[in-house]
Design a protein around this ligand. Structure first.
Ligand SMILES: [Zn+2]
Length: 256
């Protein structure tokens, strides 16, 4: 993996956004393996596909690239809000590569993989409609709220200019994949429980720590009046998937 952009590719392009697109997309197909199956190179779709930019020739998994100059902030601007919500609730979303690069240094600084099933409506923020004076008046865009994606769904491939070991990426992707649930509302519960586990500032924790989130979880899922059993059920699921270990007597440990 080579972090510098191939600047010869920008020749003949004028606009900044076109150059950025050319450089970042080329970087992906020249450097990126498929994190889901180890295939050495992923491929780019011809033309503009509406839903994805890249695919793996071996396993067929699809990827979309979002890139920005500078560091990642808390959120990433994205396209139309309704289209995004439709996509993530219909289960035909691609996985996302989120890339931060330095325009001045012509190189990639961060690449994160977010598997598709970590996209739940909760992480999509609706932006204000464009003003009536705008060319696309009334159009509503969205932001992807990065900080709302549980760490298990933010797999670092390049971090602050250093490349993560490939096997580590593959292993993290396997764990992330095992947390896949087709049902969107069940997925919301899992993501919320993961957030609570991640929010506990210790490697070992107990059931009581989790019950502290009862009120919060109930507010997010008001139709469920049995939040405590639900928490225990989700913890079992996380145990079965290798995210946490049961130590007995209501004690748990996070698996690194
Ligand atoms: Zn693949």
């Amino acid at each position: 993996m080579e972090l510098s952009f191939d600047m010869t590719l920008s020749e003949g392009y004028r606009s900044r956004s076109q150059i950025a697109r050319r450089l970042t997309e080329s970087w992906i197909y020249n450097n990126m393996f498929c994190p889901r199956c180890e295939c050495e190179h992923i491929k780019q779709f011809e033309n503009n596909m509406p839903v994805a930019d890249f695919y793996c020739p071996d396993c067929g998994n699809q990827y979309e690239l979002k890139s920005k100059n500078g560091k990642f902030g808390k959120k990433i601007n994205d396209g139309a809000y309704n289209t995004m919500i439709e996509r993530i609730t219909s289960n035909n979303n691609p996985d996302f590569f989120l890339m931060a690069y330095s325009r001045s240094e012509c190189r990639v600084s961060d690449v994160i993989l977010v598997p598709k099933h970590f996209f739940v409506p909760d992480i999509i923020e609706r932006r204000k409609p464009l003003a009536s004076t705008a060319r696309r008046a009334g159009w509503v865009g969205c932001n992807i709220l990065l900080y709302k994606i549980p760490i298990q769904g933010r797999i670092s491939i390049v971090s602050n200019g250093s490349i993560t070991n490939k096997n580590y990426v593959l292993q993290k992707t396997r764990i992330a994949q095992s947390l896949k649930i087709e049902n969107i509302s069940a997925r919301g519960w899992l993501m919320d429980t993961l957030h609570c586990v991640n929010a506990i500032d210790a490697e070992e924790f107990c059931l009581r720590d989790m019950y502290n989130f009862e009120e919060l979880l109930w507010q997010k899922h008001p139709a469920n009046n049995n939040v405590k059993p639900k928490i225990r059920q989700q913890l079992q699921f996380l145990r079965d998937k290798g995210v946490i270990e049961f130590l007995g007597n209501g004690y748990y440990r996070k698996v690194k």
